[in-house]
Write a protein that binds this ligand. Structure first.
Ligand SMILES: Nc1nc2c(ncn2[C@@H]2O[C@H](COP(=O)(O)OP(=O)(O)OP(=O)(O)O)[C@@H](O)[C@H]2O)c(=O)[nH]1
Ligand SMILES: [K+]
Ligand SMILES: [Mg+2]
Length: 441
């Protein structure tokens, strides 16, 4: 028989209320032992919780969710008790003494939900993202995925492919007979081509899903003393990076997480770019360039008050770049070198910052259109979607292949989709996916 697992599912004590969740075959026994009875399904009941000797541990709400209509698909119960350390550990200690009970491992409730067919893998991943979501866009995307919207898309695609294979099988079976009306090919292949188009469009949005989930990376680069760290602090509205009048102050990448219009932005401050004999500084500069080249947007800072010092400081960067002129408070008048697309800021006076944030927001929404929520969010999805696309293409274009082999390509295409949702054997993936969870989920 399976273990009955338990864990504190709410945050660390002390807190107003603590929720202790149990799941497994011993739930009814546990409820009777601790609260004296089994409450009616899905109704909160106030009860005194007692240990084996009848000593009162706490009073709280008790809920019972009989399987299979529960989060894990097994019998589940929740104790909502006072959130003090001693109250929580008294109940946890008691549970650990019950036969067949043990503390849940991280993600184990969700794993049981998956194993009992309550959730598919994309929903599991969505739930994991939802627990970590920091911004509005992340919350929306993760909630949709946890709700099974990606699964719905992939399941419907797999169904269309399976239908096409069934048609092929049928044609093979009946092709000897006289009265079969024409070839089914005329219908199958156009519909598979249509599917491939949808798949390709969907794949094109993968970057957007990843940007929402992992953040839009913005790197600040420029000559020493251009004002990178000052701008970082001004945008973060706190003192994250060291600022000084000494060129070469920043050596390592310093990163802050910002919320720009509901999107996560990872802003990176870097070491000033110049030729240097100092090994540590050289390494810092190497990191600056690496950060710039993997950024979604580079802000190239130039000190507007000392235009001459900028000479030769502009490296070749692959990422989209915007020039930001700093220290505008030191200027008497706007210099002629500033182009229309450039931004002029003063971290000291706080001017131009709103304009800069608006610009970052516009670049972001270009990658992630407002309605693009049901998109692939992980490399894992992209990898199998590409595989599916390849197999579909092979099936569609190999017109000279025997129909059985074309059908085999279709089978592989559907199989790749099944890998994403976990409909087919995915044992190798499970450890990785569930390790992202905290205990109690
Ligand atoms: N007046 C004025 N001074 C500024 C402004 N921004 C930065 N400074 C000054 O410029 C100098 C360099 O600023 P930092 O932010 O350390 O420059 P940095 O680009 O990070 O420099 P490194 O880390 O050495 O590459 C400091 O003395 C700042 O006080 C500004 O908006 N106005
Ligand atoms: K500096
Ligand atoms: Mg700096």
């Amino acid at each position: 028989m399976r273990d009955t697992i338990f864990a504190l599912s709410s945050g660390a004590p002390p807190a107003g209320v603590a929720v202790i969740r149990i799941s497994g075959p011993g739930v009814r026994f546990g409820l009777e032992t601790i609260s004296g009875s089994i409450p009616p399904p899905r109704q909160a009941v106030l009860a005194r919780l007692r240990d084996e000797q009848g000593m009162e541990l706490d009073q709280g709400l008790v809920l019972f969710f009989p399987g299979p209509r529960s989060f894990t698909g097994e019998d589940v119960a929740e104790f909502h008790i006072h959130g003090g350390r001693a109250s929580v550990s008294a109940v946890i200690d008691l549970l650990s003494r019950l036969p067949g009970y043990r503390l849940a491992e991280p993600g184990e409730y969700t794993r049981r939900a998956f194993e009992n067919g309550r959730m598919d893998l994309t929903a599991v991943e969505g739930l994991s993202d939802l627990i970590r979501a920091e911004t509005e866009a992340q919350r929306r995307q993760a909630l949709g995925q946890a709700d099974g919207r990606l699964r719905d898309i992939y399941d419907s695609w797999a169904k269309r492919i399976t239908h096409a294979r069934a048609m092929i099988e049928a044609e093979l079976d009946f092709s000897d007979e006289e009265d079969i009306p024409g070839s089914v090919a005329a219908r199958i292949w156009p519909s598979m081509e249509q599917l491939r188009t949808e798949l390709t469009d969907h794949l094109l949005q993968a970057r957007s899903g990843e940007v929402v989930r992992d953040g839009f990376r913005v790197a600040l680069i420029g000559a020493p003393n251009a004002g990178k760290s000052s701008l970082m602090n001004a945008l973060a509205q706190r003192d994250v990076a060291i600022v000084s009048d000494q060129p070469g102050t920043t050596r390592d990448i310093v990163e802050v997480r910002l919320d720009v219009g509901g999107h996560l932005v990872l802003l990176q401050d870097t070491a000033g770019l110049r030729s240097s004999d100092d090994g540590i500084e050289q390494e810092g500069i190497r990191r600056s360039l690496a950060a710039a080249n993997s950024a979604d947007l580079v802000l190239e800072l130039r000190d507007s008050s000392s235009l001459i010092e900028q000479q030769g400081a502009n490296p070749v960067i692959d990422s989209p770049t915007v020039v930001v002129w700093t220290k505008s408070d030191l200027l008497e008048e706007q210099p002629a070198t500033i182009e229309k697309t450039d931004v002029l800021v003063s971290s000291l006076a706080g001017s131009g910052l709103d304009q800069l944030i608006a610009l970052i927001g516009r670049r972001l929404s270009a990658i992630h259109p407002a309605n693009g929520d049901n998109v692939p969010t992980r490399t894992r999805h992209v990898q199998y979607l590409r595989k599916c696309e390849e197999e579909l293409s092979a099936a569609i274009s190999s017109e000279t292949l025997p129909i059985e082999l074309r059908s085999e390509h279709l089978r592989s295409a559907a199989h790749a989709l099944g890998k994403i949702t976990g409909n087919v054997d995915v044992e190798d993936l499970l450890g990785v996916i569930f390790s992202e969870f905290c205990v109690g989920k």
